[in-house]
Design a binder for this molecule. Structure first.
Ligand code: EPZ
Length: 422
């Protein structure tokens, strides 16, 4: 185990480059199974979650070569084991994407039900509903989802909840279903579009990703391909918030600005300057905060609304902003576990159900802090970068799961942060 030692007060200044999107990688790697031949994936983040998925695929019989430059070759033709055990799913809940991929490719799968986690119950009823609509026989016994389909047939599926996971899982199975599948009330996140683009690169016919209605013409033979995933808009947003929180001036390279409109708009509303540019090859955003950010109100919503994954880092910033604000967490029912930790730094936050009321304080004070999940960890790091004194952030294995080279990137723009083995 390790923890970060962070001494606050430094303005973040300089240039940071964003890595590949974790939530695109965790869906596209399982999707590569559908080709049954070699796929070359590029720009993958070298984070713990991707290493876990690499090990799971290898255990199932796929050939997987993941090189430190973020390139991964996946060749699924040798897969002999179509089961994903509980310890696999509990180590990485996104391994449930293998359910849709295995069904779409082989017509059967056994995947352990993922449990809840630190941010909520996280049911997968919409995934199951969609797969059953495609003709899969789904039985849940002993915590295992037994899915079998002699043949999958396209269907009209209306999602009761806008769900990223359900949209993607159904898409993966639908490419193996004869005829047309329509997913209505679909999630529109950038990584949903990235998965659709990857499937089309393999020869699938997926239209409408990024809108509420996705149409898939299934039953086509898919082939291997080379595909580079999109940059991580949540990593980018985290750095934008850290720059604003420390009164910094940071250029954030390798972003897709439309993916960051909600966070850019909120930071500009708080008095922070966000400008866009490109160096001829890739886009960048420059975040400059020479005044203390003003309090702003946040309501998390499915894309293109304010992303729930940035709610926690944003709350850290608002804890030291000018004025009072509120955050309504509309996506997950328990995504305030970082609040007690911020309160120990002097933050004035009152939680009432899904709403947190924040009274900005002039300064937070350093403390020994415990991350409860990935984005809570990011929030505590942002708070520690602002606070007076030296904080310790524990449980940083959560950070290692979703942020590539996080402390190195922060140090390179002036943060006083070091990793200390416990
Ligand atoms: C994905 O989770 C992301 N994870 C999450 O990021 C992200 O917070 C979330 O989307 C929302 O953007 C990955 O992509 C690996 P959902 P997912 O299904 O797919 C309810 C991070 O920090 N729901 O869109 O699980 C659910 O309970 C992680 O990178 C059902 O009710 O999210 C939630 O309230 C955290 N039934 C809401 O929908 C279902 O069948 C949205 O969940 C599925 C979901």
């Amino acid at each position: 185990m390790a923890h970060y030692e962070i001494t606050g007060g430094n303005r973040l200044e300089g240039v940071v480059t964003i890595s590949g999107a974790k939530n695109a990688a965790l869906a596209i790697i399982p999707a590569a199974i559908l080709a049954g031949e070699s796929c070359l994936l590029e720009n993958l983040p070298t984070i713990e979650d991707v290493h876990i998925l690499e090990k799971i695929l290898r255990k199932m019989g796929a050939e997987v070569d993941f090189t430190p430059d973020g390139t991964m070759r996946v060749d699924a033709h040798g897969i002999h084991d179509h089961s994903v055990t509980f310890d696999m799913v509990s180590s990485l809940r996104a391994s449930y994407y293998l359910l849709g991929a295995l069904l779409g490719r082989y017509g059967h799968a056994q995947v352990a039900l993922p449990g809840g986690c630190a941010i909520g119950q996280r049911p997968i009823d919409q995934h199951i509903k969609g797969l059953r609509a495609l003709g899969a026989d789904i039985q849940i016994e002993g915590g295992i989802i037994h899915a079998n389909a002699k043949r999958l047939t396209g269907a009209e599926i209306y999602l009761d909840v806008v769900s990223v996971g359900a949209t993607i899982n159904i898409m993966l199975a639908a490419v193996g279903a004869e005829g047309q599948t329509v997913i209505a009330n679909a999630a529109k996140e950038p990584h949903v579009v990235d998965v659709a683009n990857f499937l089309n690169m393999m020869g699938a016919n997926v239209k409408g990703a990024g809108t509420d209605v996705i149409r898939i013409q299934g039953g086509r033979k898919l082939r291997g391909c080379t595909y580079a995933i999109i940059p991580d808009q949540i990593e980018a947003g985290t750095f934008m918030i850290a720059a604003a929180a420390t009164g910094g001036d940071v250029v954030i390279n390798n972003v897709i600005p439309p993916h960051l409109e909600a966070i850019s708009a909120k930071l500009m509303e708080s008095g922070v300057r966000v400008t866009e540019g490109d160096d001829g090859r890739e886009f960048f955003l420059r975040v400059t905060a020479d005044v203390r950010p003003r309090a702003v109100n946040i309501k998390t919503l499915p894309y293109p609304g304010f992303p729930t994954d940035l709610q926690q880092p944003m709350m850290a910033l608002l804890s030291a902003a000018e004025g009072s604000s509120f955050i309504v967490e509309n996506i997950f029912e328990e995504r305030f576990n970082h609040v007690p930790e911020l309160q120990r730094m002097g933050a004035e936050i009152h939680v009432n159900g899904r709403t947190a009321f924040i009274q900005g304080r002039p300064k937070l004070s350093a403390a020994s802090l415990y991350a409860s999940d990935l984005r809570a960890g990011a929030a505590l790091i942002v708070a520690a970068l602002m606070a007076e004194g030296t904080s310790r952030v524990h449980n940083i294995h959560f950070i290692d799961r979703g942020y590539e080279f996080f402390e190195q990137k922060l140090r390179a723009i002036g943060a006083n942060i070091k990793r200390v083995e416990d």
